[in-house]
Design a protein. Sequence first.
Length: 153
Amino acid sequence: MAAGAFLKNLQIAGRKSGVTILSFEARTPPEIEHAFSQMARQKTGALIVMRDSTFNRQVGQIADLAAKHRLPAIAGLREYVEVNGLMSYGTNVAVQFHRAATYVDKIFKGAKPAELPVEQPTKFELFINGKTAKVLGLTIPQALLISADKVIE
């Protein structure tokens, strides 16, 4: 599972940097609410929201809870920033769906799936919500603002 590998690598990097990485699981809106309560009790300093079908549908709830708990958070979907989340970094989902559609088209036209090349995204987007940063009392470094694909003010 990609999330498991990501968490393992994150924990390794955290140990090397002296940062403790905690994991909170949730699958439903009430479980998400409970996870944020746990984060607050454990005085979590920041949050990485995994890209997951459950979380993709709940970006508004997650952004609201992160703001309520004054928790800086980054997600993999630009929509998170559009609903007042702090920042997102990830691939453009629409571009990925378009690429998948071209594969389906090739298969319908007779291409053998096993012979099609495996592709990985080559462009990642950084979105920052400056209004949310101000609400959280954060100053986003200028270098990060300059490298962002979009900054919401």
